[in-house]
Design a protein around this ligand. Sequence first.
Ligand code: DAT
Ligand code: MG
Length: 149
Amino acid sequence: MERTFLAIKPDGIQRGLVGEIIRRFENKGFTLVGLKLMNVSRELAQQHYDVHRERPFFAGLVDFITSAPVVAMVWEGDGVVASARKIIGATNPLTAEPGTLRGDFGINIGRNLIHGSDAIETAQREISLWFTTEELVSWQPELTPWLHE
Ligand code: DAT
Ligand code: MG
């Protein structure tokens, strides 16, 4: 079953949006299989954003993600990687569509509330970076027959 890695960034937690953000993915019908509130080490932050290491915003990004707690999550479901990216919206909240999380709750690219894996391979890499296998819980929601034909 397809899985993605999502992380509510420090701004999402400070603004009290944890419940709202989780609700969007629950409402959609995806299954939560991993969840933890944590302070992010600089090592983890740098590894997570390794593809952006040469970008001018890299240092600020690492400073921000390590500045306050983050909610790290793994969600499961058919097509969850691409669908979660749609629910999250475009990188810049100012241009993100209304109805998306970033479009509804943000105004600045450096405060865009939530991270979501951008591809299936990225998701696999990020899940193993942030979670041990013991921290992930496989379960079959009772609701499944009402969500899937
Ligand atoms: P996304 O989070 O939509 O996958 P990304 O992978 O291109 O976007 O960038 C990772 C994060 O880096 C993004 O969520 C916010 C920050 N970022 C990206 N581009 C930026 C920019 N031009 N200025 C400041 N921060 C930026
Ligand atoms: Mg990205």
